[in-house]
Design a protein around this ligand. Structure first.
Ligand code: G
Ligand code: G
Ligand code: MN
Ligand code: NA
Length: 253
């Protein structure tokens, strides 16, 4: 059974859906959510997103799936915000192929307009891998995104290709410290120093810093003492279905 062929039918079979993981600020308040894709296939079961996103990119399906991810996220979150009567930040992962596709920003802006969401409440999450693509194309596009009042976040920071001179040129609002750093932060002093340095880089470049994959009270306390701005991870909440996100917000009021 081919993942590629099954994926081609996934949208019409209604097998793809989105979950939303809460992000918490320094004061413990709910700041926003990261939108994450899930695929539950009738025969393959749950296929991990890193796997099916890679297949989608290689088989030319990322455009279509990427547009689904954007429209479904905006539709879900608009509904949640209407029910709760609050507005919060929503981060959407954009894959390299999706970002590089002709007309990406036009579609994105159109979808936001259709959803009646406010543009400043939307964040595009890109990865450092994007930076190995044509920077003369990427840089102006990132500036256009900023001009449109959309926030930009750099995912998995510290594991990939971005140099400091590159980071300085990029209009980035948020750095996400990769989970691999958080995993060893309590035991390993060298990791602590690296994370403190990443937070300092963020502060010096006027970027907010978010720690991913926070699983324990000790990790959260250490990161908080280092001045980390935002936190995300199982310690606070797993990625949640729309209905569970509403319940989580209500429980935290
Ligand atoms: O949710 P999970 O931890 O299983 O995600 C694993 C990987 O898949 C992460 O690197 C994440 O960025 C990626 N991923 C999850 N959802 C999406 C999505 O909607 N779009 C893109 N481009 N990547 C996603
Ligand atoms: O690469 P990206 O940041 O998009 O990946 C986020 C992924 O990490 C999500 O798929 C989410 O399910 C997973 N995740 C989020 N918080 C935690 C955590 O505390 N522990 C573990 N193991 N995974 C997490
Ligand atoms: Mn992400
Ligand atoms: Na990450």
């Amino acid at each position: 059974i081919s993942i590629e062929l099954e994926l081609k039918k996934a949208l019409e079979k209604n097998e793809l859906f989105m979950v939303y993981q809460p992000q918490i600020d320094q004061d413990g308040r709910l700041y926003g959510v990261e939108s994450l894709a899930r695929w539950n296939n009738a025969t393959l079961g749950m296929v991990p997103p890193d796997q099916f996103i890679a297949v989608a990119e290689k088989s030319g399906q990322m455009g279509k799936i990427g547009r689904f991810i954007i429209t479904r996220t905006l539709q879900d979150i608009k509904e949640v915000q209407t029910v709760l009567g609050v507005v919060f930040q929503t981060s959407i992962n954009i894959s390299v192929r999706q970002f590089m596709e002709v007309g990406f920003l036009e579609h994105f802006l159109h979808a936001i307009q259709e959803s009646h969401m406010s543009k400043v409440s939307i964040t595009i999450e890109i990865t450092e891998n994007l930076l190995i693509e044509d920077i003369d194309y990427i840089l102006p596009l990132l500036h256009d995104i900023k001009k449109a009042d959309i926030q930009v976040s750099m995912d998995d920071f510290g594991t990939g290709y971005s140099s400091l001179s590159m980071l300085r040129k990029l209009p980035i609002d948020e750095l996400k410290i990769d989970k691999s750093f958080i995993d060893t932060i309590v035991e390993d002093e060298a990791t602590q120093k690296m994370v403190q340095n990443i937070i300092a880089i963020g502060k010096n470049f006027n970027m907010q810093v978010l720690a991913e994959g926070v699983e324990t009270k000790e990790q959260r306390a250490l990161l908080h003492s280092f001045g980390c701005d935002r936190f995300q991870g199982y310690y606070f909440a797993k990625p949640l279905l729309k209905e569970d996100l509403i319940a989580f917000f209500k429980a935290n009021e």
